[in-house]
Write a protein that binds this ligand. Structure first.
Ligand code: AMP
Ligand code: ZN
Length: 462
């Protein structure tokens, strides 16, 4: 499986995380089924220009210029941020994480190959893929996105005749660097840099072969990025590169796509601290994961604080049930059909990774657990073992949730203070005034003030 990774010129936002989380789930499920998966997710550290259409400044160069640091410092900073973020959200690392700058030689080789096949041309030190010629040769540029040739225009400047391209549908394989452009490499055509689409064709072929199973990315990459990847790879190998294209749909905020460029975004870290004015409070990473998994990866998903709060309730309900599995008493026979429930879970996941349906079945399991706890049903030892194993596999291994019943540290403190209030009441009931005062005074010294009232004792934390 190959998944297009981040362009490391800024912190990843929650929309990016949603896409990567969908593929983390796919990776987890395929491994659970017993597949040996090689999961390649690249880092784009060169070649991604400002407007996705071969124009404008390189995103990383631009950031480096503004901040007056080296481009590779930008790359390092945001690659580290990306890894730290994914770790907090309990991602599995991919098998290989190759970079565009680590594969310049291979990219130059692929350009040469495309030129030899007659499908690329050089103008003023830049090389472009000839989309019209590709189609004349019997291929179908637009096969993935369903775009017609006349709609598949890449270059806005081409419309006013300033482009080197023969046709506005063509896209850059190599760009000559102008004097401002810091990130540059020597090539047969110019000192320059590879086009953005090329790295993924090169790295997917290098690590997964000319034909591989799954290629993923966000829906917004379908065109032009993935369409161009197909054209490049198909030209070199002579066959279609990918068996299954999977596109994760967009995370929305205020009914608009979450995006860095428009300022309409939430950072994954802000969710963990609650430091964003659209959030009512902080949320645990597993709550965010659960929120994402409650939607199918192909559906758009609206982010809001209310939606996260609803997911939090559901998540804790699920965790409470999971944690109480060990307290269930077994019987000689079962009144519940665990194997058909289990099959429904697999059916949901086997139907294009339908996590919302899976979660509905997990809530069925919650219902069953609660009934068993109240002894309104029976379960045998073997069935309980199978039930617990299946629930744990889906909840932790496949959805990637972690068990954070009282994850929120403020919840933990609240729980501890409530416990001390209870112990203090017991001390007072026993007329142990020394202990009761000690609890009150030591809490006060920690900035936690107890207030005794008619309804009992409350507290405030300064
Ligand atoms: P980028 O770093 O811009 O190349 O994006 C990294 C990944 O995040 C790509 O697969 C994008 O399609 C995806 N992505 C960007 N914005 C969103 C969003 N709002 N919701 C879901 N995925 C997104
Ligand atoms: Zn890509």
């Amino acid at each position: 499986m190959y998944v297009c990774g981040p362009t490391v010129y800024s912190n990843v936002h929650l929309g990016n995380v949603r896409t990567f989380m969908s593929f983390d789930m796919v990776f987890r499920y395929l491994q659970h089924l017993g597949y040996k998966v090689r999961y390649v997710r690249n880092i784009t550290d060169a070649g991604h220009l400002e407007n996705d259409a071969d124009e404008g400044e390189d995103r990383i160069s631009k950031k480096a210029r503004i901040e007056e640091i080296e481009p590779m410092e930008v790359v390092q900073r945001y690659t580290v941020d990306f890894h730290e973020t994914l770790e907090k959200y309990n991602f599995l690392p991919p098998s290989i994480e190759p970079t565009a700058t680590g594969h310049i030689v291979e990219q130059i080789e692929m350009i040469k190959e495309i030129m030899e096949k007659g499908l690329a041309y050089e103008v003023n030190g830049s090389v472009y893929f000839d989309v019209l010629k590709y189609n004349e040769d019997g291929h179908n540029y637009g096969i993935l996105s369903g775009r017609k040739m006349e709609d598949a225009i890449h270059n806005t400047r081409a419309l006013d005749g300033q482009s080197d391209k023969k046709n506005p549908q063509d896209f850059a394989l190599w760009k000559k660097a102008d004097e401002r452009h810091i990130m540059r490499w020597p090539s047969p055509w110019s000192d320059g840099f590879p086009g953005w689409h090329l790295e993924c064709s090169v790295m997917s072929t290098k690590y997964l072969g000319e034909q591989f199973d799954i290629h993923g990315g966000g829906m917004d990459l379908k065109f032009p990025h993935h369409e161009c990847e197909i054209a490049q790879s198909q030209t070199c190998s002579g066959h279609k590169p990918v068996n299954y294209w999977m596109h994760a749909n967009m995370l929305l905020l205020n009914s608009q796509k979450m995006a860095k460029s428009t300022g309409n975004f939430v950072l994954p870290n802000e969710i963990l601290t609650g430091e964003n004015n659209i959030l009512s409070k902080a949320f645990a990473p597993s709550v965010v994961r659960f929120f994402n998994m409650q939607a199918h990866y192909r559906s758009i998903l609206d982010f809001s604080s209310d939606a996260l709060e609803a997911s939090e309730k559901g998540y804790f309900k699920l965790m409470d049930a999971v944690n109480s599995l060990q307290n269930i008493q077994t019987s000689k026979t079962s009144s519940v059909d665990i194997s058909s429930w289990k099959q429904q879970c697999y059916d949901a996941m086997n139907d294009d990774f339908n996590t919302p349906i899976l979660i509905a079945h997990l809530f069925e399991a919650v219902k069953i657990i609660n009934q068993l706890k109240e002894q309104k049903g029976k379960i045998s030892v073997d069935d309980l073992a199978e039930f617990a194993k299946t629930i744990n596999a889906f909840v932790f291994d496949i959805l990637g949730l972690t068990n954070e019943t009282k994850q929120n540290s403020s919840d933990k403190i609240d729980g501890v203070v409530e416990l001390l209030i209870k112990l203090r009441k017991e001390a007072r009931d026993n007329k142990d005034w020394a202990l009761s005062d000690q609890i009150r005074d030591e809490l006060l010294a920690l900035g936690i003030q107890l207030k005794d009232g008619r309804e009992g004792t409350t507290f405030s934390i300064n």
